[in-house]
Design a protein around this ligand. Structure first.
Ligand code: PNS
Length: 181
């Protein structure tokens, strides 16, 4: 196990099975892994920051050396503030490489002591991205197997208001008592 703190930064909108796979792999390599969710005021996410944090917390509940946090501004500054020495990022396919390389080198330029470590998620998740999951779910397609069950449920609730209503309407309405004669 690698000594020290690593951060796994991202948008996680929503967390996918690919993200979870990487968190599990990272947690075996690093002493502590901080999953850092970007607070980005420019983008309007599908899931609020609070919702993403809640989902990630539930998903990583069994991983004792993983914690969830948020950050804004430069990722390297945040990494420095929590004394992280590594950044973990996933590479699914060659198409990810160019963007990830650019980002890693830019981060290295700003903070030469922070290393970026790339890991590959399981190949069955190599085509899974949050963007595609959002698109498929929004168009009514199935996302089973692409996201954890809690996320699937949240997507269903968000995209089908009737579903949420159905779930909240299970409370029994108390019957009126008959007036005494
Ligand atoms: O899950 P994503 O959207 O691919 O994550 C991208 C993220 C959040 C890691 C990246 O946009 C980031 O680090 N943003 C923080 C601002 C920053 O440091 N920008 C310079 C990157 S070289």
């Amino acid at each position: 196990m690698n000594k020290g703190i690593a951060i796994y930064p991202g948008s996680f909108d929503p967390p996918t099975n690919g993200h979870l796979d990487l968190i599990q792999r990272g947690s075996k390599i690093f002493e502590e892994l901080v999953v850092a969710v970007l607070r980005n005021s420019e983008k309007t996410p599908m899931f609020s920051l609070a919702e993403r944090l809640e989902m990630l917390k539930q998903l990583t509940d069994d991983l004792r050396n993983v914690r969830i946090d948020t950050f804004h501004g430069l990722m390297v500054e945040y990494a420095k503030s929590i004394e992280a020495t590594c950044v973990l990022r996933g590479i699914r396919a060659v198409s990810d490489y160019e963007y990830e390389l650019q980002m890693a080198l830019m981060n290295r330029k700003i903070e030469p002591t922070l290393e970026t470590v790339f890991m590959m998620p399981a190949d069955k998740y190599s085509y899974v991205s949050s963007r595609l999951v959002r698109e498929v779910a929004q168009l009514g397609g199935p996302v089973k197997g692409l996201v954890p069950e809690v996320v699937e449920q949240k997507l269903r609730e968000k995209l089908d208001p009737a579903y949420k209503l159905q779930q909240t309407n299970v409370i029994e309405v108390p019957r009126r008592r008959k007036k005494k004669a």
